[in-house]
Design a protein around this ligand. Structure first.
Ligand code: HEM
Length: 224
């Protein structure tokens, strides 16, 4: 008997969720909108439109956080140093001027994404954790690559207005923060079936992001 081989449930949950979403992560990274944006082939208007979509998503994540503060599953993830709405609003003021909010509507895919986040926040803390993980751990990781490219491509000041969304001023050591975050995932106080549902919701979160990229790609096609 191979006693040393770990059973699936012995794999830390942070590894399970990362592995399960790996393929979709690659797809999101390689979506034509993202590659065009980060390849410097799109103007700042596309970056602004993308940032606007993020604002709708983070409002959904953060406006609902208060109701989950005491929840044993989602509560421990809610850290004020992650909050992005204020940073997004500074970036959008820089990109669109003080009236940036007037008449602003989400793309249909963004509205669907924000609705799903709000529904999870209302009804299902484990699902909310899946959305929280998909956004914030990504922002703390690949987000840093996006920031550097945005600064170079559109001339924003380093870590300044325009890219504040990517700057976690109150997180001095992102690597340590991510380790703590993964430890929270590993200790998620739910059974294996619920963990599987959280993984499925994470995949859904990636699909919702890809749908937003698709619609942004339609709005900003590359003219050959
Ligand atoms: C061009 C766009 C992107 C780039 C360049 C990028 C790059 C990266 C990199 C380098 C990491 C670090 C991997 C590691 O620590 O081992 C990462 C992690 C992550 N990214 Fe992205 N990413 C992009 C888009 C996205 C999108 C659209 C999402 C989902 C909304 C996302 C979600 C995540 C998550 C959740 C993690 C953490 C994985 C984990 O350690 O559990 N990323 N990304």
């Amino acid at each position: 008997m191979e006693a040393s081989r770990p059973t699936p449930s012995a794999t830390p949950f942070s590894t399970v969720i990362r592995t399960a979403s790996h393929e979709q992560h690659t797809e999101a990274e390689n979506s034509s909108f993202m590659s065009d944006l980060l390849g410097g082939r799109l103007g700042v208007a596309a970056y602004r439109r993308y940032t606007e979509q993020l604002w709708f998503v983070y409002r959904a994540l953060e406006e609902t956080a208060e109701t989950l503060a005491d929840d044993p599953v989602a509560g421990p993830f809610l850290r004020p140093e992650l909050a992005r709405t204020a940073a997004l609003e500074r970036d959008l003021t820089h990109l669109g001027g003080p009236g940036w909010r007037g008449g602003l509507e989400p793309l249909p895919a963004t509205a669907a994404y924000a609705d799903r986040v709000r529904a999870c926040a209302r009804e299902w803390p484990g699902g909310y954790v899946a959305h929280h993980y998909t956004r914030y751990l990504g922002d703390l990781s690949g987000g840093q690559i996006i920031r550097g490219t945005a600064e170079k491509t559109w001339g924003f000041a380093r870590k300044g207005d325009g890219v504040r969304f990517y700057v976690f001023e109150d997180i001095g050591n992102p690597a340590a923060f991510k380790r703590g975050y993964r430890a929270l995932l590993d200790g998620l106080p739910v059974d294996d079936l619920e963990k599987q549902r959280v993984v499925d919701e994470c995949k859904r979160a990636f699909a919702l992001n890809s749908a937003v990229f698709r619609e942004l790609g339609e709005e900003f096609p590359l003219t050959a």
